[in-house]
Each structure stands twice: as structure tokens, then as C-alpha cells.
Design a protein around this ligand. Structure first.
Ligand code: PPE
Length: 305
């Protein structure tokens, strides 16, 4: 998806012009995928732009860094403030936000411990990640021939840049085969997640999503959907899902910050159907919550100024 430039990018404490936010080709992270990142969104609310669950995203960023033994040279509060400031100076009511912590220039080789740790925060306007029309129609999914990482090969709890090669392999395979998105299975054969989204199925009114042990990221949108679905009166369970469960479920949808809540129309050409009633209810409650329209979830809207 093309990027629309904004004005300023926060880099290691300074706001620099968009076109000057560059790095050296010998930046460690370019060679070894040694970075951790977040995907966050700011939405327009009646009291101006608010970043959705910003604190939770920054805390997850620090946990990802800890797993990789990266020492972030800023505090959680400093990066929260830096994110708000970056949204504010770019004067965007709604935007996608990409905080990135990466090993910088100066060291090569696989021992990351002596490397410089750099931090950047970029924001830009980003539309529907899986296509605007698919928000109603639903996406066509393919089970990938690529497996999700074994948690002892690549820890799925860390949102590490290098890990996303696994997602890219699956995405390319799905797109070339004429699908919108891929679903990955764990090495044990359970449903894990999509390339950049968690997955949910609905069966006889019960909502189920795979556990972290199946290789899924602990999604913040997933967590918001837990709260929303329970508040709407639905039963939500974290549990193993089989490939065949995807073929026979009543409804399915995927969730992510970039994607938001997106219905799944079919999996491997087994049609689940158009956006169902539970998916519709959760999707519209999510869209209202992110824009500060629901009192109950107002703590999730972290205002920029
Ligand atoms: N699984 C993966 C692998 C993943 O990358 C994401 C977010 C999720 C689940 C959902 O997590 P959350 O955003 O906390 O609900 N993917 C981010 C990056 C997408 C990209 O293409 O880059 C995102 O949605 O921002």
C-alpha cells in the first residue's frame, strides 16, 4: 500500500522533515531484521484526534524489545509523549502510526548487544488495509503452505521486523493464487493467525480465537474485541481452532490495528458467507469505540492534546 508523506518524523528525540528521515545502508536492522515495531492508529473524536490504546501499544513495544535484549534509550512515558507530539505536529485527524526500535549503524555481525538502539515514530494517512469494499463484503482467505513460527524458533509475542518475512511469504502466495489474505497454521497444525491480523470464528453464537501458543500475536484489537463482544453479551473463548473449523463455522472475521475488524467471506473457497450479524455488531461497536463514541471505552482514546 503506497505511503502518503506527512510532514515530520520523530527520530531519537528530534522531529525531522519527512524526506530527511533516512538511515545508513549498514544499519544493522536492514541486514538482520533486528528491529521491533508497533502499528497504532489515531482517530478523530469529538474532542480532536486520539490515539487508540497508545499505552498498551508502547508497553508491547517495550516487551518486544526485552525479548530481543534491546535496551530502549527512552521510557514508556517518553515514547507515549513523543507519539502524541508526532501526531499533533503532522496535523492529521486520523492516521496510522509506526513506532520502530531498531539496531543502528556501527556494528555488524550477529551479536546485537553492542549495537546502538535507535527509535523512530512515523505517521501517515492509511486507508483500509484489506480494502474498503472488503469491510462489508469480506475477504477471501487461503490457508498458507507456509507455517507460522514455532515459538521456540521465533517468539510470536515479539513484534520483530525480521519475523514478518514469514508473513510476506504467505501473503505473496495468497495474492498470486488470487486470494486477498493468508491464514497460517502452527507447526502442530492449529490455526494461528493471518499475515498481519488475528482471526476469530463464530460457531453457534460462541466466538473463538486461537491462543498465543498457536503462534498468534496477542493483538490489542483482539483484546478490544474480547471486551466489546462480552459487553454485547456474546461468549468469547481462546482455544485451538482447526482448519476444518474455518470451513464449517457460521461467521469468521479478522482483527488488527491496520485492518480493523474485517469479515471473512471464504477460506480455501469454502464459502462462510457475507458479513454475519455478530461480525457486523462487533465491527460497528469497534468503529464507534475508536472514535470515542462509546462512554464505556473512553479510556482507550488517548488524546493528543
Ligand atoms: N498478528 C500479526 C502478525 C500482526 O502483525 C498484527 C498487527 C496483529 C496480529 C494484530 O495486532 P493488533 O494490531 O495489536 O490488533 N499488524 C500490524 C502491522 C501490519 C503491517 O502490515 O505492517 C498492524 O495492524 O498495525
Amino acid at each position: 500500500m503506497p505511503i502518503t508523506p506527512s510532514k515530520k518524523i520523530w527520530m531519537d528525540g528530534e522531529l525531522v522533515d519527512w524526506e530527511n528521515a533516512t538511515v545508513h545502508v549498514l544499519t544493522h536492522a536492514l541486514h538482520y531484521g533486528s528491529g521491533v515495531f508497533e502499528g497504532v492508529r489515531a482517530y478523530n473524536t469529538s474532542q480532536g484526534p486520539a490515539v487508540f490504546r497508545l499505552t498498551d501499544h508502547i508497553v508491547r513495544l517495550f516487551n518486544s524489545a526485552k525479548i530481543l535484549s534491546m535496551e530502549i534509550p527512552f521510557s514508556v512515558d517518553e515514547l507515549i509523549e513523543a507519539t502524541k507530539k508526532t501526531v499533533d505536529v503532522n496535523e492529521l485527524d486520523e492516521c496510522y502510526i509506526r513506532p520502530l526500535v531498531y539496531l543502528g549503524y556501527g556494528e555488524m555481525g550477529l551479536n546485537p548487544l553492542p549495537c546502538t538502539v535507535n527509535v523512530s515514530i512515523a505517521v501517515w494517512p492509511w486507508g483500509s488495509y484489506l480494502g474498503e469494499e472488503n469491510m462489508a463484503k469480506g475477504v477471501r482467505m487461503k490457508i498458507s503452505s507456509w507455517q507460522r513460527h514455532d515459538p521456540n524458533a521465533m517468539p510470536p509475542a515479539a513484534k520483530m521486523t525480521g519475523m514478518y518475512i514469514n508473513s510476506s511469504l504467505a501473503k505473496v502466495e495468497a495474492i498470486r493464487a488470487g486470494y486477498d489474505e493468508a491464514i497460517l497454521l502452527s507447526p502442530q497444525g492449529y490455526v494461528s493467525e493471518c499475515t498481519g491480523e488475528n482471526i476469530f470464528i463464530v460457531n453457534r453464537g460462541k466466538i473463538i480465537t486461537p491462543p498465543v501458543s498457536a503462534g498468534a500475536l496477542e493483538g490489542i484489537t483482539q483484546d478490544s474485541v474480547f471486551a466489546i463482544a462480552r459487553d454485547l453479551g456474546y461468549e468469547v473463548q481462546v482455544g485451538n481452532v482447526l482448519r476444518s473449523d474455518l470451513y464449517t463455522c457460521d461467521e469468521a472475521f479478522c482483527t488488527g490495528t491496520a485492518a480493523e475488524v474485517v469479515p471473512i467471506y471464504s477460506v480455501d473457497d469454502r464459502v462462510i458467507g457475507e458479513r454475519g450479524p455478530i461480525t457486523t455488531a462487533i465491527q460497528s461497536a469497534y468503529n464507534a469505540a475508536v472514535r470515542g463514541e462509546t462512554d464505556r471505552y473512553k479510556d482507550w482514546n488517548e488524546h493528543v492534546s
